[in-house]
Design a binder for this molecule. Structure first.
Ligand SMILES: [Zn+2]
Length: 155
């Protein structure tokens, strides 16, 4: 709790650096702690941990990275594509350094909406248990990971 109070919520809101922000329309309605707690409960329901989720997403990210921009089709029809973006983003929690801006967009197959994985979102999940606000375009819903992505990541 203490570390969160030291970091103003403004870092999570839309800005020239984080573009749409990390919270989406959760801004003002849910605290960062609420979002983390709710997602933690969701993960427990699915029998997952932030480590397991981060590990699976990282594997998917690496597979797409190895394809160097060519689309990668996973067994359940989901396609992943790495977009190389120059520059770095700081972690909004602070003191964690910066993360490359590249991102893998997963779409198609069983996914109803595209899901974006970035080095920063991997860090946010792994280190802070933060999957981002429910309406943020960068949110990685733990339920979607549990239902569709855990098996995809298997070697
Ligand atoms: Zn961090």
């Amino acid at each position: 709790m203490k570390e969160l109070r030291e970091d103003p919520v403004s870092k999570f809101k839309p800005s020239p650096i984080s573009a749409p922000g990390f919270l989406g329309s959760d801004t003002g309605t849910a605290s960062i702690r609420d979002i983390i707690d709710t997602d933690y409960a969701l993960l427990e329901e699915c029998g997952l941990t932030t480590e397991k989720v981060a590990q699976a997403l990282e594997l998917i990210y690496r597979k797409c990275e190895l394809a160097m921009g060519d689309p990668v089709t996973f067994p359940n029809g989901i396609t992943g594509e790495l977009i190389d973006i120059r520059g770095k983003l700081p972690c909004p929690f602070g003191k964690c350094g910066t993360f490359a801006k590249g991102q893998v967009t997963l779409s198609g197959g069983v996914l109803h909406a595209p899901l974006i994985i970035s080095p920063l979102s991997l860090h946010l999940i792994k280190t802070h248990g933060f999957f981002q606000g429910t309406s943020s375009p960068f949110r990685i819903d733990p339920r979607i990971v549990a239902e569709h992505l855990m098996t995809v990541a298997l070697p």
